[in-house]
Design a protein around this ligand. Structure first.
Ligand code: FAD
Length: 449
């Protein structure tokens, strides 16, 4: 048997890579992990975690206003300081970065703080020129923001930079209509920025249930977010006063202080040397893998966003865990991609699991849909005319709940628990047999008629 420097070399210390490295090491493997930016990866450093903290920060705007209706004396000039929030969030990111690093250290994983590229089926070359060998290589390099090619695109930022802004932009244009675009639109709007969201097509959040995304669009417009559809970038020009003039198709130009691209994410495979191991990426630049996350090169696996299966942290973590269990734990494991819950931390948030109504109709034919369209009691007292919408999609023949979609306060928290029932294949009857927990918003799930 060939002698290698490591049993496993992981490229990328994000959600998938860290989990795979630490679990493999716990199984007794000699493991190294290379990271070119910061240990923790997108989720911890510039994704889910800092984003959710900004969402919490943004929500105070509404809470403080509502608080007056609940008897609290909130001063009218209640001011928000972006720099305080930004620095506190970044400090928490530092704390998590240290915690992730400590976890790897404690498991005896060697961390190499440099870029790594593949130079053979069992060989990795580091940016310092060193070459190391490994019995297994795991590629967990994640994805990066896609920036559309248009004149002046260098004036724009992406979500990576949004967490580091020196000041809150008075006017911001966000390009894109996926979850990152809608989340940041809600965040900046709550902080008082004038938000314009532009999108190439005329739908937001493609792939989510239509009624739920329509409700988000309607509420977002009521909150003052300006949507421009069928608008494609023509160019961005910096004006003498530092502002940016954005030209687009079908609409007048908009002048803003900041342009943010949230136009999709590209798998990080560029310059990774995959050709040295005979691996070809697909048309999106992603690494094709089989059910065991194995690439066409038997000694190289890939997990997480770089494979473009489901670009979510818990999925990358499961793939990393399944890899370690299978390759080093003698416990062959495959990830089950059915019924993965997901959320959009927009304002208000939405969440869903399983088939949308449209998907269910196409797939099952006979479908029964239950809706609860209600104004949460907190919104009623707050004089907030904002309604929540829950939708349960059932198989018309068996009554099995095949999809659950919701928008409203705490929707992601409620949906996570309800997703267990959907994943378990429970029927509408099983929901009905459960006594309501009153008063709550979640009780609507067992009261749908
Ligand atoms: P990453 O976590 O991206 O890790 C890859 C690591 O590899 C990076 O640290 C990178 O620096 C490193 N790397 C790349 N190339 C090399 C190389 N050649 N050598 C060395 N190191 C390299 N998901 C959710 O589930 N919920 C959310 O709410 C959510 N919000 C998000 C918000 C934003 C703004 C963004 C951008 C993403 C969000 N995501 C969310 C997605 C989530 O962050 C990713 O799905 C997850 O991080 C993928 O994990 P990964 O291990 O595949 O890659």
């Amino acid at each position: 048997m060939a002698d290698y420097d490591y049993d496993l070399f992981v490229i990328g210390a994000g959600s998938g890579g860290v989990r795979a490295a630490r679990v493999s090491a716990a199984y007794g493997a000699k493991v190294a992990i290379a990271e070119e930016h910061r240990v923790g990866g997108t989720c911890v450093i510039r994704g889910c975690v800092p984003k959710k903290l900004l969402v919490y920060g943004a929500h105070f705007a509404e809470d403080l206003r509502d608080a007056r209706r609940f008897g609290w004396d909130v001063p009218a000039d209640c001011a928000f300081d972006w720099v305080t929030l930004r620095d506190n969030v970044l400090a928490d990111v530092d704390r998590l970065n240290k915690a992730y690093t400590a976890t790897l250290d404690n498991h005896g994983v060697e961390i190499v703080h440099t870029r790594a590229t593949v130079t053979g089926g069992n060989e990795v070359t580091l940016d310092d020129g060193r070459t190391v060998t490994a019995r297994h290589i795991l590629i967990a390099t994640g994805a990066r923001p896609m920036v559309p090619s248009c004149p002046g695109n260098e004036h724009g930022i992406t979500s990576n930079e949004a967490f580091h802004l020196d000041a809150l932009p008075h006017r911001i244009l966000i390009a894109g209509a996926g979850y990152i675009a809608n989340e940041f639109a809600g965040i900046f709007n709550a902080f008082g920025s004038k938000v314009t969201l532009i999108n190439r097509t005329d739908v937001i959040l493609r792939g989510y249930d239509e009624s739920i995304r329509d409700r988000l669009l309607q509420i977002s417009m009521t909150k003052g977010i300006d949507f421009r559809f069928n608008a494609e970038f023509r160019g961005i020009e910096r004006q003498d006063d530092g502002s940016l003039s954005v030209a687009m198709t079908n609409h007048d130009p908009v002048v803003v202080d900041c342009v943010m691209f949230a136009t999709g994410r590209l798998p990080n495979t560029e310059g990774l040397g995959l050709e040295n191991a005979g691996i070809q990426v697909d048309d999106k630049g992603a690494i094709p893998v089989d059910e065991d996350s194995r690439t066409t090169c038997p000694s190289i696996h890939a997990v997480g966003d770089v494979t473009n299966r489901v670009q979510l942290t818990p999925v990358a973590i499961r793939e990393g865990q399944a890899f370690a269990d299978t390759v080093f734990g003698n416990k062959p494991t495959r990830v089950d991609y059915g019924c993965i819950p997901s959320a959009v931390f927009s304002d208000p948030p939405m969440a869903g699991v399983g088939m949308t109504e449209g998907e269910a109709k196409n797939k099952l034919g006979s479908v029964k849909v239950y809706l609860s369209d209600f104004r949460p009691m907190k919104n009623v007292l707050a004089n907030r005319n904002e309604r929540a919408l829950y939708k349960m999609v059932c198989d018309g023949d068996t009554g099995r709940v095949v999809g659950l979609h919701m928008i409203g306060p705490e929707a992601p928290e409620i949906l996570q628990a309800a997703a267990v029932a959907v994943k378990a294949g429970l029927t509408k009857d099983a929901f009905d047999q459960t006594v309501a927990l009153h008063p709550s918003m979640a009780e609507e799930l067992v009261l749908m008629r």
